[in-house]
Design a protein around this ligand. Structure first.
Ligand code: ATP
Length: 365
């Protein structure tokens, strides 16, 4: 079990900076997600935690001890690659025993340890089978088992479910999470899939172009994105943006967007100029009495809900509403935005106008 702290960590590859200056803490026992689009620096960050890359500058602490310049072999952390890295000519037992054999553990103790982990992973009946003939899911369990038997301080996983089809992926995600809940080992997990991050993570770091955009629990990140990037990357469909020129006073209760007056949450800081109002699709309702209006451009039936696309004076937005609400393409509708859930961003910097206290909570979980 371990706490991992990354402090002002930067990684350059020649003239290219893959990780700008990251600071965050993975608490002991957490299931922690590193989330972001391809190339944002997730894997590089994970490899620096493991000691497979050394940071150009900054510190990495494991349980308070600075390990940033130490190689992987001195960190007692298990790196679980995409889980197909097994020895194909060996059976399951030998694959799982191998790390312990190379540590010099007595054979009787190895047998006991492998049996214990095989039971947790529900692969006891596979122990004598060659790994070559196993299904993808069983191979993943064996690969996990091989990492777990060593009882490392933490597990680092790089898109471990990336190669699986959607249905099986969901099943394995649930299994990994419940395995973590039983074992309680600190786990850092890289993914580009926002749904996977929201479903599995205790905390999430969202990265973009080598920068940590936000760090917090999934609900904070969903409800109060710190930047427009996070607001768009998380959620499907993503947050809607309405652009306007205006003024928001510190602690204001209302904002004028064009001719419309919207009630807003009071914890926003002040700003003026080019601003963007952000609202999630489920916080947009159609209401004939509402003065803010738009034209329905399209609708997408999703069973219990539908996504309605509407063009307003300040931009196109999507509303997630009951599929029982009748909507016609081309009609004019009134739009009501849930006042408690609106966010405003500075259009230039892309940062949310959140009070310092709120920003602190968002950035430090
Ligand atoms: P992906 O999901 O595609 O792996 P990622 O967020 O994990 O993306 P990284 O693998 O950390 O991203 O890569 C970040 C950037 O650093 C990329 O532009 C990549 O090309 C670059 N990079 C990574 N490793 C090296 C290296 N050894 N030498 C040069 N550039 C590298």
């Amino acid at each position: 079990m371990a706490q991992i702290r990354i402090e002002n960590v930067r990684k350059e590859f020649g003239a290219f900076t893959a990780v700008q200056s990251s600071t965050f803490t993975v608490e002991d026992g957490e299931f922690f997600m590193l989330l972001g689009p391809s190339g944002c620096g997730k894997t590089t960050t994970l490899r620096m935690m493991a000691g497979l890359e050394l940071p150009t500058s900054g510190q990495i602490y494991i349980d308070g001890e600075e390990v940033g310049q130490r190689p992987a072999s001195q960190r007692d952390i298990a790196f679980v690659f995409q889980m197909f890295a097994l020895y194909p000519h060996m059976n399951v037992r030998k694959n799982m025993s191998y790390p312990l054999l190379s540590q010099g553990m007595p054979r009787a103790k190895i047998r006991e340890k492998v049996a214990e982990i095989a039971k947790i992973l529900k692969i006891e009946d596979l122990l004598e089978r060659p790994v070559g003939g196993l299904s993808g899911g069983d191979r993943q369990r064996v690969a996990l088992g091989r990492a777990i038997v060593r009882e490392p301080k933490a597990f680092l996983m790089d898109e471990p479910l990336g190669a699986l089809d959607a249905e099986f992926r969901e099943h394995m995600a649930e299994e990994l999470r419940s395995l973590h809940d039983r074992m309680g080992a600190t786990t850092v997990y890289v993914t580009h899939d926002q749904l996977e991050a929201m479903q599995m993570g205790d905390k999430i770091v969202v990265m973009n172009h080598g920068v940590v955009e936000q760090f917090g629990v999934p609900q904070q990140i969903y409800d109060w994105p710190a930047t427009k990037f996070v607001a768009q990357f998380i959620g499907s469909p993503p947050m809607n943006f309405l652009d306007f020129d205006g003024v928001v006073a510190r602690g204001a209760t209302n904002v004028m967007v064009g001719d419309a007056n919207f009630v807003i949450p009071q914890h926003l800081t002040g700003a003026q100029g080019s601003l963007t109002l952000g609202v999630r699709p489920e916080h947009v309702q159609l209401n004939d009495a509402a003065s803010y209006r738009g034209e329905v451009l399209g609708q997408e039936y999703l069973g219990t809900t539908q996504i309605v696309t509407i063009r307003s004076a300040n931009g196109v937005l999507k509303a997630r509403i009951s599929s029982e609400t009748p909507v016609r393409v081309g009609e004019q509708v009134g739009l009501e935005l849930d006042a408690r859930k609106l966010t405003i961003f500075d259009a230039g910097t892309g940062r949310a106008l959140l009070s310092a206290a709120n920003q602190e909570v968002l950035n430090h979980g």
